[in-house]
Design a binder for this molecule. Structure first.
Ligand SMILES: Nc1ncnc2c1ncn2[C@@H]1O[C@H](COP(=O)(O)OP(=O)(O)OP(=O)(O)O)[C@@H](O)[C@H]1O
Ligand SMILES: [Mg+2]
Length: 406
């Protein structure tokens, strides 16, 4: 199973709308579960006119297996069973304190439940915000799917903050590795202790108040201690950090680049690292039918299917073309030399144009099919760690990291 959390930093950018329709697009070919972790608002329930008899409450408080808390679309909504592969787990009604704020026990139980789910894809509608209730459910080595929109320029900055927070959390865990702790404990006896302390301080402050970024700090440290294995692996993780994003309420390539992609990439380059790789998974256009279906309780894609009443385009065709388009499935490219902002931006612009020419720009359904095809392709591609196979505990992550140090 691939776990695909959809997060945004800021609220109101269309997470629930996207997560719901994206899960339905994936369900055209794969078993897909949508999990509402935006507890407290029960927003998914408001978007789906479906009677829910089991939800997260039954899993957390009544010990029902998570798999059995799934609901499917009722026959009146999906008479053809076109979305039979789709199921969802709603968050509880009302305000139950430890479920809304994820007490440590709730969090642990949820993670165990999620890791035990049986499906091909699990899409998670996350809460907005950058706290541990969000971060602990996100991947450690990539960004999951970050959604933002050229319509809300202010949300771009928080989206960049989120991508940065995920990267910094992973690096912070490494710096707290017991292997390194021994070196900290030796204090002044270890000549490298101040170097690691600087990195720790930098991560703790989120890079605020510093005119340097991670590349500067790691570069300076590596120049001082060129043989250090820890620094080598630390740098490797930064260089392999991938940000996957989707633009919602897309209007035009030019607007998206100016209002979203440019400030997004710029902020991450400036305050984190220019070695991060960006992957635009596609976009969803602004569309009145999408807006209306949120209010009507019938998801856009379901409504659309019954409006057209015609066979779904086989996803394989699109996937083969995608491989061609993105050069996937070929040999993993050599790591690129340090990038600069203008090169990264022109690369992203180029990609947007290609997606546009590829016809992914027309209507929300084509957009969603495109994103789903791209996600299936990335998930099958071993060079990408896209979508976690499970939510790793800090301990499990550290074990993997330490094995790389050997
Ligand atoms: N592509 C789109 N075209 C038109 N309207 C959209 C689109 N995407 C989302 N919307 C509308 O934007 C509003 C906000 O969407 P949604 O509730 O999905 O955002 P959210 O990020 O989940 O918000 P919250 O943070 O409150 O959970 C809704 O009214 C929805 O119908
Ligand atoms: Mg929402």
């Amino acid at each position: 199973m691939r776990i695909l959390p959809v997060s945004s930093g800021k609220g109101g950018v269309g997470k629930t709308t996207f997560a719901l329709n994206f899960a339905l697009a994936l369900a055209k070919t794969h078993q897909t579960v949508l999990l509402d972790l935006d507890t407290g608002t029960s927003s998914l329930r408001n978007f789906l006119d479906v009677k829910v008899s089991r939800d997260l409450f039954h899993f957390l408080k009544k010990d029902l297996p998570l798999q059995e808390c799934r609901e499917v679309l009722p026959a009146r909504m999906d008479p053809d069973r076109a979305f039979a592969n789709f199921s969802f787990i709603a968050s509880p009604h009302g305000f139950i304190h430890d479920m809304v704020n994820f007490s440590p026990e709730v969090k642990e139980k949820l993670i165990t439940g999620i890791n035990g789910l049986q499906a091909d894809f699990l899409v998670i509608d996350m809460k907005a915000g950058l706290d541990h209730n969000v971060l602990d459910f996100l991947p450690l080595s990539n960004s999951g799917i970050i959604l933002f929109t050229p319509r809300l320029k202010a949300a771009t900055y928080t989206a960049a903050e989120l991508a940065k927070a995920i990267l910094f959390r992973m690096l912070d865990i490494m710096l707290r590795s017991p292997l390194l702790q021994g070196r900290f404990d030796r204090g002044a006896e270890d000549p490298q202790a101040p170097v690691f302390q600087r990195l720790r301080d930098f991560l703790e402050s989120g890079g605020e108040g510093s005119n340097k970024n991670l590349d500067d700090l790691i570069g300076e440290a590596a120049a001082q201690f060129p043989q250090d294995n820890f620094l080598r692996v630390f740098r490797y993780y930064v260089e392999n950090y991938k940000v996957y994003y989707v633009l919602n309420q897309f209007n035009s390539v030019a607007e998206s680049v100016e209002n979203s992609i440019k400030p997004f990439v710029e902020e991450i380059f400036r305050s984190a690292s220019s070695r991060v790789t960006f992957h635009n998974l596609g976009w969803v256009v602004e569309d009145e039918q999408v807006r209306r279906s949120s209010e009507s309780g019938v998801p856009y894609l379901v409504r659309r299917h019954y409006q057209k009443k015609k066979a779904v385009v086989p996803a394989q065709d699109m996937e083969a073309q995608l491989r061609e388009l993105f050069g996937l499935g070929h040999k993993k490219p050599e790591p690129e030399p340090k990038k600069d902002l203008s090169r990264e931006l022109s690369g992203q612009l180029d990609l947007l144009r290609k997606i546009y020419v590829f016809n992914a720009g027309k209507d929300p359904e084509t957009n969603l099919d495109f994103i789903a095809a791209r996600v299936r392709d990335l998930s099958d591609n071993s060079a990408h760690q896209f979508g976690m196979k499970k939510i790793f505990s800090v301990q499990e992550f550290l074990e993997r990291f330490q094995s790389k140090l050997q």
